[in-house]
Each structure stands twice: as C-alpha cells, then as structure tokens.
Design a protein around this ligand. Structure first.
Ligand SMILES: Cc1cc2nc3c(=O)[nH]c(=O)nc-3n(C[C@H](O)[C@H](O)[C@H](O)COP(=O)(O)OP(=O)(O)OC[C@H]3O[C@@H](n4cnc5c(N)ncnc54)[C@H](O)[C@@H]3O)c2cc1C
Length: 516
C-alpha cells in the first residue's frame, strides 16, 4: 500500500524476484514537491539492481559540478563565517554507484516506469486503499479507483504499508510509535530565483546551504537546489503561521542576507518531529519508509533509509514466498532495520540540541576570538557523516561478532565483515564484483581450489537455497577483502566470512535464511 518511492522500490525488488504483487497508489502522478533529493551512493546501488540506474542518472536536472555536500553558514548566507563540511563523497569508493541528486518526483517517475515493465507487478495508480483486514492466513485490502469509484477487493499473503507518515496499515495493525515532538512548525517553499544563484557564487559549487542563527534555537534556515534556478527552502516559523499570514519572502531574504527576488511555486507547512514505530511487523502486516519512521529532512536520511527498508524486506519476502527462506527470516526485518533508525533519529535530535547549545554559548558579538575558535572546530554538515555506515552485526541471520549490536554507525573499509555492506572490487575478469552477484545469495571464493565452492553448492542444494558461487584468485584488489570466503546476501550485505571453508557449510547457510 502506497506507491511513493518506498512502495515502488519494494515492488521493483519483488518484481525482479518474480513475486506477484500489487502497488496501490492514490496519486495518478507523483507529488510536484521535490522532497527527498539526495540519493546516497548506496541508494543508487538499489537502482542498479533494479536495472534502472542509467535512467536515474539520465533524469538528473542539476549540472554535474554540484556535489552532494553543502555549506553551513552563521547568521545568513552573506555572513563572514561559513564552512563546507565533508560530504558523502569521502566514502564514494566503498559503493559501486555514484550518488545522485534529483527531485523526488523524478526518482518516482523512474521507478514507476520500471515497475510498469515488470510482468509480476500490477501498478494501480489513482487507486486508494480504504480498508485493510489482517487475518492469520492472509490479508484483504479494499481499494477504490478515485476517478470512477470502482471498488476492488484484493487478497494477498502479506500487506506492506508504504503509505507514509499517516499510515493506515500501521494503524490497522495496532503498531504504536513514539519519539520526540518538537512542537515546531516549519515552512517549506519552492521558488525560482536567479538572484540567489548570484549571491552564492562566492562559495564552492554545492547543492545545499544551511544557516545557523542564534534566533532559530538549533533549527535551520535551509536552501537546496532543485534545478538551475529553482530552490527548495525550509525554516522554523510560529505555531500559527499560514500561507496567508507568513511573509516567507522576507524569511528567505533574512536567511540569504540580501535582496533576493523570488517567484514562488509552492508554500506549505510541516511539523518537526522524530517518530519511530515500536515494531515494523505485526503478523502479516509490515511497514516501511515513512510509515515506520519519520523525522525532519536534517541529514538526507528519509528517502535513503526508506529505500533500504524496501530492499531489506523485499528480499526476505521473496525468499519466503519462493520457499527458500524460513518464516523466521521475516522477523529479522524489524531486528535489522529498526535499530538503524533509532540511532539515526537520536543523531538528528542530538544535532539540533548541539546547534542550540552552540549558538547560545558562542557569539561573535560577545567574544569574537572564542566564537571563531569554536566555529573552526565544527565539522557537521547537512548530509550523513562518513561514519554513517549502517550494519547488522547483531542480526540473528548473520554470523557477526558475538554480542555485537547492529548500528547506524560504523567504519567504511574494504575488509569483508559479516553484517556490513560489501565494498566493490574488480574481479580478475575486469568486471566489478557487483556486476557478478547473483539475484539471491552469492559465495565469493577467492581460491584456485574448486572444492570449497562445490561443498557450498552441495550444502545449498541440500537446504534449497539458490546460491551463485564466484571463484577468483586472492590477489589484486580482492586482497582488500582480507577473507578468502565471503557469503553475500541478496541486498549486498555480508552474511558470513572465513579464511577456510567451514566444516558444516549447511549449518552456516541455515542461519542466513532464518533457520535454526
Ligand atoms: C515537505 C517534505 C520535504 C522533504 N524533504 C526531504 C529531504 O530533503 N531529504 C530526504 O531524504 N527526505 C525528505 N523528505 C522525506 C522524504 O520525502 C520521505 O522520507 C519519502 O517520501 C518517504 O517515502 P515513502 O514512500 O515512505 O512515503 P511517501 O513518499 O509519503 O509515500 C507514501 C505514498 O502512499 C500513498 N498513500 C497513502 N495512503 C494511501 C492509501 N490509503 N491508498 C493509496 N495510496 C496511499 C501516498 O499517496 C504516497 O504516494 C521530505 C518530506 C516532505 C513531506
């Protein structure tokens, strides 16, 4: 339910695994608000797996020279104090695709075209779900076509609520959520301005600009590029602000620090809160993306986290429905994905609190030297820091270090580690390992001896697991993995590593499909 980016990403994952599924989306066309624009390199890997990375890159509307990172300025964009923090580019080498930036409606258009082309996906755009019933043996969704009033009853094995922050699926499944409500209203404006481009020429080319100001109590004045000349702006406003009583143009001019002619395309409002569901599954109902967690667009996490949810859940549902995953595999979805957002949400809250405390403590008017020293120590930016490396070391379906937790924070390295994303390396064939991974599990065996690979293949046959074995030599870039045997999940996370074949390969494989 819900054909925003997360629902479409889930449909693409299921469709590629030939699972029959229906996407119900009430909008005939995607919303015209740019929303989540920064796609991390990791997210673009999903588009590669869905066979539409080229289409995604082709849909970009910003000139290529604008990097994913941003500028942080004090007081206004015309102020004396600013810095350009390291962006996600610093970790690009650890991903097979390059990051991308484009308005969310274009990302959704690429995904809509992709799912329409998949035989096993039925995409119903312009249809609203009006009821969901959850049973022990299946689910039933009532859907109504908005334009004709035609009603359909849809029965299925599972329902996944990708239906946004006000999720009906979450509510019908009785899943509670909790978090922090800042009681802070925010304005969102989309506008065109060539003046703003001209003001920003003093900075290196960047896509986002955030302003910290003592009056904002840690919230941001934030500008993001949409295309050449079009901008996206959000800012804290009074609780009773409306499009009628708020002079958003003067807020933009204060944030820009200069006269800035604007032509507005959209002015809307949202409330700043961080919220997370207590569980991402109840029985046959799952939730993913904004229906499972929501937070302000501070850090470019929203869309990227949702797409990872879709991929994580998608391969597990496909495994169970294609009869090679144990039912327990489905519980690992909450187990793996929820801790990542708990930490992400906390980091966003801490970031606001840190900025608030900094702005209250330091001021160039009060003590310029002290302020300049403290300002020079700041490194935080608008996009996730390089230490954002979600991993599932604590998952019950990976062979991670004993007692280790899953976490949003980790270290980027080429070393293959159970629970972590696989880094891309070249194979001796001259192709990248990402081009050779199978649709399900893959064993990379870096040895000239064919016997360990054969033993894994036999064990996989024994438990019915589809496994591709990739044999190569342990030299060149591949030595960076520091392991000779690497078992890789369908979402390119490492499930198990070893320097020698295990005595009980079937035992290793049983755990990674949710078995005992
Ligand atoms: C104003 C705004 C600005 C944002 N800016 C950023 C940003 O800069 N960076 C970032 O990473 N993220 C940003 N986000 C967040 C990002 O847009 C979301 O994280 C992302 O859209 C989540 O995708 P989703 O598919 O989970 O939910 P949504 O995009 O909300 O999609 C849910 C879909 O479900 C459909 N739906 C709901 N109920 C029903 C029903 N009953 N029947 C049929 N269809 C239904 C809706 O029409 C919608 O298309 C922003 C969000 C907003 C609102």
């Amino acid at each position: 339910m819900g054909g925003g980016p997360v629902g479409l990403g889930l449909a693409a994952t299921l469709g590629k695994a030939r699972i029959p599924c229906i996407v119900l989306e009430r909008r005939i066309e995607p919303s015209a608000i740019p929303k989540g624009q920064n796609l991390t390199a990791r997210s673009v890997e999903h588009f590669f797996r869905w066979d539409c990375a080229d289409e995604l890159h082709a849909a970009r509307v910003l000139p290529r020279e604008f990097s994913i990172g941003g500028i942080t300025a004090y007081g206004s964009l015309a102020g004396q104090y600013w810095y350009a923090p390291a962006g996600r580019e610093t970790v690009s080498d650890f991903y097979y695709q390059r990051h991308e930036r484009l308005p969310q409606y274009l990302t959704e258009s690429v995904l809509r075209a992709r799912v329409r082309a998949l035989d096993s996906v039925t995409a119903l755009f312009g249809w609203s779900a009006t009821d969901v019933q959850l049973g022990d043996d299946g689910v039933r969704v009532t859907a109504v076509e908005e334009s004709t009033g035609t009603r359909r009853e849809i029965e299925g094995s599972y329902v996944v609520g990708c239906d946004g922050a006000h999720s009906m699926v979450r509510e019908r499944a009785g899943i509670a959520s909790s978090g922090a409500d800042f009681q802070q209203r925010m304005v969102l404006a989309v506008f065109q301005s060539s003046d703003l481009d001209a003001h920003l020429e003093r900075f290196p080319p960047r896509t986002t600009y955030r302003v910290l100001h003592p009056e904002l109590a840690g919230y941001w004045w934030f500008f993001g590029r949409v295309d050449a000349g079009t901008w996206f702006f959000h800012a804290p406003v009074l609780a009773d602000a409306t499009a009628g009583n708020l002079d958003v143009h003067s807020v933009i001019e204060r944030a820009a620090g200069s006269r800035t002619a604007c032509t507005f395309q959209h002015v809307g409002f949202w409330d700043l809160r961080v919220d997370i569901a207590d569980t991402y599954r109840r029985g046959r109902a799952f939730i993913a993306g904004d229906s499972a967690h929501s937070h302000p667009p501070y850090g470019a996490y929203g869309l990227n986290t949702g797409l990872e949810d879709a991929v994580n859940l998608g391969w597990k549902l496909a495994a169970v429905l294609n009869n090679w995953g144990s039912p327990g595999l489905l519980d690992s979805y909450t187990q793996e994905r929820r801790p990542i957002f708990v930490e992400t949400g906390s980091a966003i809250i801490r970031g606001i609190e840190h900025d608030r405390a900094f702005l209250a403590r330091y001021s160039p008017q009060h003590d310029r030297a002290e302020f300049e020293h403290a300002w020079s120590q700041l490194t935080a930016g608008e996009t996730a820091p390089p230490t954002y490396e979600p991993h599932y070391e604590g998952s019950s379906i990976v062979w991670g270090p004993e007692g280790a937790p899953s976490s949003a924070h980790g270290k980027h390295t080429f070393e293959a580690r159970a629970g972590h994303h696989l880094a891309p390396v070249m194979l001796s064939s001259g192709r990248n390992v990402f081009e050779e991974l199978g649709p399900e599990y893959t064993l990379v065996a870096l040895t000239t001896d064919p016997r360990p690979g054969e033993a894994f293949e036999a064990a996989a046959r024994e438990i019915g697991l589809p496994l591709r074995v990739l044999t190569d030599t342990f030299d060149g870039q591949r030595t960076a993995y520091r392991r000779r045997f690497i078992l890789i999940r369908p979402d390119q996370y490492v499930a198990w590593t070893g320097d020698a074949p295990p005595p009980n390969a079937a035992g290793v494989l049983r755990r990674v499909v949710g078995g005992p």
